[in-house]
Design a protein around this ligand. Structure first.
Ligand SMILES: [Zn+2]
Length: 566
């Protein structure tokens, strides 16, 4: 028996050798070797080396074998301590938002109101009086100290207006659901104590009856309407900054949760100039005339795999923080309040039906359990109405944060993809329980493992610029169910944690699946695009409390090293 196996191995070796000897072996353009490479193939195999020809993977295997493909022109990368994965794909974020956030003041990392005011004053000093200072991403819960004069949980404009009296200032909240204006901005926008309160929003008025500077939901438009339109030049600048930021964060793919014709035009130009360095998957967003015009053109699947447009984004409800998420039962902390529907159901229905007919993927934002039910109902209706066109529809619910127990199995049975940003759980779960109460939280909020066990594939993400674009915190939240401060010790509803493998899939192969791209992306297999993310430590094995310290060492797109930390 022993001889037998040895003989067979010997025979096989002879065959392989003669094959190598007789076939002119083509050298690789790039070889990455001597490391731990997670392929995320169907067997989750781990290899030591990968060879790339052009922008595709030509071989994977042991360093000794793959090294044979190294020629004089081959670029060789030794992984060393680093670990490599299929290129990470951001599953739901806002591309231009990411760019403008960098172009304007990024308030996300700032730790106090005073720090923000100082940064605004510095920026104002550099630009002519009267010009707008714009910023985004502040969140009072992330500040280390509470500023004086907080009103209804928010800061007031006084400190800001005192420091920056001659420039109008608009600072968007991280959630996107509120903003802070200074006195100059309110003066330009004509906001006074007698301004009418708009439908679906609120101009916060202080105890003295005067505006505090906070504008909630639709009231934001009262100030934003006075901000001059963005120029195309600034938009291109923002787009380029967003691309750079993605590469620095290990992202090779980006699913943009809603862009209109202006952004699409910019992306097309960047792609034509070979400047669109990441792979974009765009969901269309706009009024129905724009959408129907695009539907008539049909899906655009880029043969170069840079800019694919075959999906449409809509929104069913708001968010939990502002109690805009649409619920079946009232909010636990606001009796009689059920949240609200933001796009009339008839419109969502019509768009969904027409998209289904035209072969577009439908992606609808739904956070509350009523929002989720309504969307699943619309999807079911469209699937039944167009069985031929929707045979492989992959409709998505964006966020799917809170689902009624009876609706959870419908994701798997209808093959609807839950697009869930794990980082939202880390940031929101501490107070989300106030909104929903324990029972609804345990049964139906952020129920990743339940969905996965029922056969759903989750596409992960950050919803940037709502959260930073960095995938590491979202991966950490996926496997720990903790806040970024590491609480609680065993995680929130620990039975819903993803395994490391599931988390990795949600950023690679399952993210690719959510965009119909699993045949070309999402795993390291021969013939697929050579998109890789190299981390300085191995996410799959390091202790949980070290995950947040992981750095991206390298980002490789189509066989090109486009980011290198060294
Ligand atoms: Zn979003």
């Amino acid at each position: 028996m022993e001889m037998n196996i040895k003989n067979r191995v010997f025979f096989f070796a002879i065959l392989t050798l003669s094959f190598v000897a007789c076939t002119p072996v083509e050298n690789a353009d790039l070889v990455i070797k001597s490391g731990k490479i997670y392929t995320v193939d169907s067997g989750n195999s781990i290899v030591e080396a990968v060879a790339v020809k052009g922008e595709r993977i030509m071989a994977t295997g042991k360093t000794a074998d793959i090294s044979k493909l190294i020629g004089s022109d081959t670029e060789v990368i030794d992984l060393g301590e680093g670990a490599m994965y299929p290129g990470f794909i951001e599953g739901h974020a806002h591309f231009m938002g990411v760019g403008y956030n960098l172009l304007n003041l990024d308030l996300m990392p700032m730790e106090s109101y005073e720090e923000i005011v100082e940064a605004v004053a510095e920026r104002a000093a550099d630009i002519p009086e009267g010009e707008w200072v714009l910023g985004r991403g502040w969140h009072q819960d992330k500040w280390v100290s509470t500023p004086e004069g907080m009103f209804r949980g928010f800061p007031t404009h006084d400190l800001l207006s005192e420091a920056v009296p001659n420039h109008p200032v608009w600072l968007g909240h991280a959630s996107g659901h509120a903003g802070l204006a200074n006195a100059k901005a309110m003066e330009i926008a004509g906001i006074t104590e007698s301004t009418d309160q708009p439908e679906g929003g609120e101009v916060f008025l202080g105890l003295d009856g005067k505006p505090t500077g906070i504008f909630n939901e639709t009231a934001q438009r009262l100030v934003r309407g006075s901000i001059p339109q963005e120029t195309e030049e600034r938009a291109v600048q923002a787009a380029k900054l967003a691309i750079e930021s993605c590469l620095a964060n290990g992202l090779t793919g980006f699913q943009d949760a809603g862009s209109g014709s202006g952004t699409i035009k910019i992306l097309e130009e960047l792609a034509a100039n070979d400047e669109l360095k990441i792979r974009m998957y765009v969901m269309l967003r706009g009024d129905t005339s724009f959408l129907y015009e695009r539907f008539a053109q049909g899906p655009i699947i880029d043969p170069e795999n840079r800019l694919t447009i075959r999906a449409v984004k809509q929104a069913a409800d708001g968010a939990l923080g502002s109690r805009g998420a649409w619920l079946l039962e009232e909010y636990s902390d606001a009796p009689g309040k059920f949240g609200h529907n933001v796009t009339p159901v008839e419109i969502m229905d019509e768009v969904t039906m027409r998209a289904a007919e035209a072969g577009f993927q439908v992606c609808i934002h739904a956070i509350g359990d009523r929002g989720n039910r309504v969307v699943l109902d619309l999807f079911e209706k469209a699937i039944n109405a167009y069985p031929e066109q929707t045979r492989d529809h992959r409709f998505r619910v964006e966020h799917a944060q809170h689902i009624n127990v009876e609706d959870i199995p419908r994701f798997a049975s209808l093959n609807v993809i839950p697009s869930m940003q794990a980082i939202h759980m880390a940031s929101d779960r501490p107070w989300a329980i106030d909104r929903l109460g324990r029972e609804r939280i345990v049964e139906g909020a952020y129920v990743w493992q339940t969905l996965l066990q029922q056969g759903s594939r989750i596409v992960n993400g950050t919803d940037a610029p709502v959260e930073p674009i960095n995938p590491i915190p979202s991966l950490y939240a996926s496997v720990s169910r903790k806040t970024l401060k590491g609480t609680p010790a065993s995680g929130y509803e620990p039975e819903q944690k993803m395994t490391r493998e599931q988390a990795l899939r949600s950023y690679t192969i399952d993210a690719a699946y959510a965009a119909f791209e699993e045949d070309i992306k999402g795993s390291i297999e021969v013939g697929k695009l050579a998109d890789f993310t190299v981390l300085d430590r191995d996410f799959m094995v390091i202790p949980e409390n070290e995950i947040l310290d992981i750095n991206v060492n390298m980002t490789i797109v189509g066989g090109e090293v486009l980011y290198n930390r060294q």
